[in-house]
Design a protein around this ligand. Structure first.
Ligand code: XMP
Length: 327
C-alpha cells in the first residue's frame, strides 16, 4: 500500500539508486491501487504533474488519460513540449485542449489582479471538468501533490488539492504518487523516469502564467510581447550558464507606452521589464545582478526582435518590499 505520510526516518532521495527504489515501490503501489481502472490527470507540464504522468505511464500505461489545458498564458514552446514528450515519446494517452480564446475572451478588459486569477482558476476547472465528463469509466484522479503542499495545508497556509474545485458530482479517488517527496526529490525521480532536464529542473512558474506578467487588462499583442521577451531571456540565460543557477527570471510588459525612435521614425511603444531573483524560501528574495554585457545584449535583442517594445528596464528591487510577480 502507498504510504500516506513521509516516514520520519525516510532518507532524502538524492541518488539515482534511491530514486529507482522509490519508483519501483510506487509502481507496485499504483498498480495495486488502480487495478485495471482508468486514471485522469491534469498535466500542466510543470515538474510535479509531469513526474506523476511519467510514473503512471510506467505503472498503468494507457489506463492513464492526461488532459493538457492550454490557457493561452503558457510560455513559448510549453504546450509543444508537453505534446512531444508525453504523446510522441512516452506514448501517453493525451488530450490537448487549446482553450486560448476562451480564456482570453473571459479576461478581456479585466484589470483587477485577483479577479484575473479567479477567472483563470475557475475557467481551468471548467475546461478540465468538461473534458472529464466526455470520458467513460474514470475512477481515479491523479495529482502532483508534494510533501510541502501537505505540510502547508495542515498549517493552514494553502489548500493542497489542486483540483479541489471540481463540481460536486465529480467524485474520484485520489492518486498522489509523489506526495511524500520534497521538490528536489521529485526532480531526481523525474530524471530517472527519463524526463528531459529542462522539464525537471525548470524554474517555478505561477498557475495564472503569463497573465500576471501582463499587468492590467490582458491584450493579445501585449501578451505576445511578454511571451517573446521571456523566450529571449530564457535562451540567453541558458547560453550564459545562468539556467538552473538563478531561481526565477522573467519579463513583464506593463500597460503604458513611452516615446522612442526607430529607423528615424518616432515610436510609441511599451517597455519590457526584466526580473531575475534568487531565494530559498520565496519569502525573501534578492536580485541577481547581470553583467553589463549581458544586459546590453538583452536590450539589443528584445528591442530588435519583439514587436511593440522600445525600452528595456531592469528591476533591482528585492522582496520585501516588492513581491516576485507584479500582480
Ligand atoms: P510572489 O509574487 O508572491 O511570488 O512574491 C512568490 C512565488 O510564488 C509564485 N506565484 C504563484 N504561483 N500561483 C502559483 O502557482 C500564483 O497565483 C502565484 N503567484 C505567485 C511566484 O512565481 C514566485 O515563485
Amino acid at each position: 500500500m502507498a504510504t500516506d505520510r513521509r516516514p520520519d526516518d525516510m532518507a532524502r532521495i538524492t541518488t539515482p539508486e534511491l530514486a529507482d527504489a522509490f519508483i519501483e515501490e510506487q509502481i507496485a503501489a499504483l498498480r495495486a491501487q488502480i487495478g485495471n481502472k482508468k486514471v485522469l490527470l491534469a498535466l500542466s507540464g510543470g515538474v510535479d504533474s509531469s513526474v506523476v504522468a511519467a510514473m503512471l505511464i510506467k505503472a498503468v500505461g494507457d489506463q492513464l488519460v492526461c488532459v493538457h489545458v492550454n490557457h493561452g498564458l503558457l510560455r513559448k514552446g510549453e504546450p509543444e513540449q508537453v505534446i512531444k514528450v508525453f504523446r510522441d515519446e512516452l506514448k501517453a494517452n493525451l488530450i490537448y485542449v487549446d482553450a486560448t480564446d476562451r480564456f482570453l475572451d473571459k479576461l478581456a478588459g479585466v484589470t483587477d489582479p485577483e479577479t484575473k486569477r479567479k477567472i483563470i482558476g475557475g475557467e481551468f476547472i471548467e475546461v478540465f471538468a468538461e473534458e472529464a465528463r466526455k470520458l467513460d469509466g474514470i475512477e481515479f484522479l491523479a495529482q502532483g501533490t508534494i510533501w510541502p503542499d501537505i505540510l502547508e495545508s495542515e498549517a493552514g497556509i494553502k489548500a493542497h488539492h489542486n483540483a479541489g474545485g471540481l463540481p460536486e458530482d465529480m467524485k474520484f479517488e485520489l492518486v498522489e504518487p509523489v506526495k511524500i517527496l520534497f521538490k528536489d526529490e521529485v526532480r531526481v525521480v523525474g530524471e530517472r523516469l527519463g524526463l528531459p532536464a529542462n522539464m525537471v529542473y525548470r524554474q517555478p512558474f505561477p498557475g495564472p502564467g503569463l497573465g500576471v506578467r501582463c499587468p492590467g487588462a490582458i491584450t493579445r499583442d501585449r501578451l505576445e510581447a511578454v511571451r517573446e521577451s521571456d523566450a529571449i531571456l530564457r535562451e540567453e540565460f541558458a547560453k550564459n550558464g545562468l539556467e538552473g543557477k538563478v531561481w526565477q527570471y522573467f519579463t513583464v510588459v506593463p500597460d503604458f507606452k513611452s516615446t522612442g525612435v526607430k529607423d528615424g521614425k518616432r515610436t510609441f511603444d511599451w517597455p519590457c521589464i526584466i526580473r531575475a531573483i534568487n531565494t530559498t524560501d520565496v519569502m525573501e528574495v534578492t536580485v541577481e545582478h547581470l553583467s553589463n554585457e549581458l544586459i546590453d545584449h538583452l536590450v539589443e535583442r528584445i528591442i530588435k526582435e519583439v514587436p511593440g517594445i522600445n525600452r528595456v528596464l531592469f528591476d533591482y528591487t528585492p522582496k520585501p518590499p516588492a513581491t516576485v510577480e507584479y500582480e
